[in-house]
Design a protein around this ligand. Structure first.
Ligand SMILES: [Zn+2]
Length: 326
């Protein structure tokens, strides 16, 4: 884990983090959600709420209590359909009349590979999915949402989740669970797709935002450095997996226990999901072969590359870190 320098904010108390921008911490801390979910409130009089959070009475009250006299909520924006981000959207919409805007339901945005895996019913995963999530309005990639004194561009950024959107003000970028400062994100197939994740990270990097406002944890003040670290971290993990497979075929679980030596045992299942995501990505790039269908218990081996008789060249294994694996 990378140390997070800033102090944990108080639950349910709006923190001012910019002009017409506040953050309210939801009461759902855990190893996967860090302090809890960040609900952002943007605007001067007619407000956008980004990620209402879990279905929690106290958090609903905290969001409504944050409204000053003369303020109302005009838009409810959701980064992705995980239970710690989206379920309160429907109730907040009923209370306020504001529509819920998102890329799509919990299955929207999956790659063809992940659709096939999900249809096979064998890949596991599905942790924390808000299967009932139903947005009122669907946002396309690049679509602009404009309110009272604020404007956001929706960026379809799958990887952590197929229907994941980031929202870019041109200065701040609400990065959901794609990029956070305290941990590398969980990528668990079929909702998580590492091939998409790497492409989405590269895309955010090319926009060079001034600040990332993640779904969990403190703002990220140096987004390009964080994205460079994240991309290098994933590439390092890929090298470590290929090196380990040079010793013979292995399952995602066996690789996770071998590579995630610093990870608490309770988080090894999440680490194994991240390894599986890597293996599926490597499989898609024909660098590894599956001994059977793509499945958590399947053994993978290095692909035979014509003209290469030696196993893959061993490279130095970088340090492995991060509570959620990667
Ligand atoms: Zn999530």
């Amino acid at each position: 884990m990378r140390a997070n320098q800033q102090e944990r904010p108080s639950v349910g108390i709006p923190q001012r983090i910019g002009d017409d921008l506040r953050c309210i911490l939801a009461p759902n801390p855990s190893p996967m959600t860090f302090w809890g979910t960040n609900t952002y409130v943007l605007g001067h009089r007619q407000l956008a709420v980004i990620d209402p959070g879990p279905d929690n009475e106290a958090h609903l009250a905290a969001i409504l209590d944050a409204l000053d006299p003369g303020q109302s909520i005009s838009h409810i924006l959701v980064t992705h359909a995980h239970l710690d981000h989206s379920p309160l959207a429907a109730r907040l919409s009923r209370e306020t009349g504001a529509p819920v805007l998102a890329f799509g339901d919990a299955q929207a945005g999956r790659s063809a590979t992940m659709q096939a895996l999900a249809a096979g019913g064998d890949v596991g995963g599905g942790e924390g999915v808000d299967a009932d999530f139903t947005p009122d309005l669907l946002l396309c990639d690049g679509e602009r949402v404009t309110g009272d004194g604020w404007s956001l561009t929706a960026l379809w950024t799958p990887g952590h989740f197929g229907n994941h959107l980031c929202f870019d003000t041109g200065r701040d970028l609400f990065s959901g669970d794609l990029v956070m400062g305290w941990a590398s994100s969980l990528v668990s197939p079929p909702d998580g797709d590492l091939t998409q994740f790497m492409a989405s990270c590269a895309r955010l990097r090319s926009r060079a935002p001034a600040r990332l406002l993640p779904g969990h944890g403190a703002p990220v003040a140096d987004p390009v450095a964080r994205l460079d670290w994240l991309i290098a971290h994933r590439k390092g993990r890929e090298v470590a997996i290929l090196n380990a497979l040079a010793d013979g075929p292995q399952t995602a679980w066996a690789l996770a226990t071998r590579l995630y030596t610093d990870t608490p045992h309770t988080l090894l299942p999440a680490a194994a999901r991240n390894v599986l995501a890597h293996l599926i990505d490597l499989h898609g790039r024909a660098l590894v072969t599956a001994e059977g269908t793509l499945h958590p218990a399947t053994r993978f081996r290095l692909s035979h590359i014509p003209g290469r008789s030696e196993p893959a060249q061993k490279s130095p294994i970088p340090p492995l870190s991060g509570p959620m694996g990667s």
